[in-house]
Design a protein around this ligand. Structure first.
Ligand code: FES
Length: 110
């Protein structure tokens, strides 16, 4: 028997969280499967970056609230830095709504 509606999906692709970026006061959404850097770019916001693989720390910023996860065992942050809320948006994935502080973020013309 067919269900009258498509089944609810639990696919992480479809789980999106709201990311508020300070001091720019812009918001964008990020899925749990894309980096915060990618999500910001899709929303027309450029964050600092270089290696984009979690090693150079050019993108480091602070998560004032919320939770992120990393696809690798150990991104270029110390345990203390992680505990203090520092994150690497080039590899960090949103696991909840977030407030990020990145004074170097730029709104792209568009
Ligand atoms: S861009 Fe190098 S650690 Fe994020």
């Amino acid at each position: 028997m067919n269900a009258p509606f498509p089944p609810a999906t639990t696919d992480a692709e479809h789980v999106r969280h709201v990311v508020k970026l300070l001091p720019l006061h812009r918001e964008f959404t990020a899925s749990t499967t894309q980096s915060l850097l990618q999500a910001a770019l899709q929303a027309g916001i450029e964050l600092p970056s270089s290696c984009r693989n979690g090693t150079c720390r050019a993108c480091i910023c602070r998560a004032l609230s919320g939770t992120v996860a990393y696809p690798m065992a150990w991104p270029g942050l110390s345990a203390e830095e992680k505990a203090e809320g520092w994150c690497l948006p080039c590899v960090a994935r949103a696991q909840s709504d977030l407030v990020l502080e990145q004074p170097l973020a730029l709104a792209l013309p568009g």
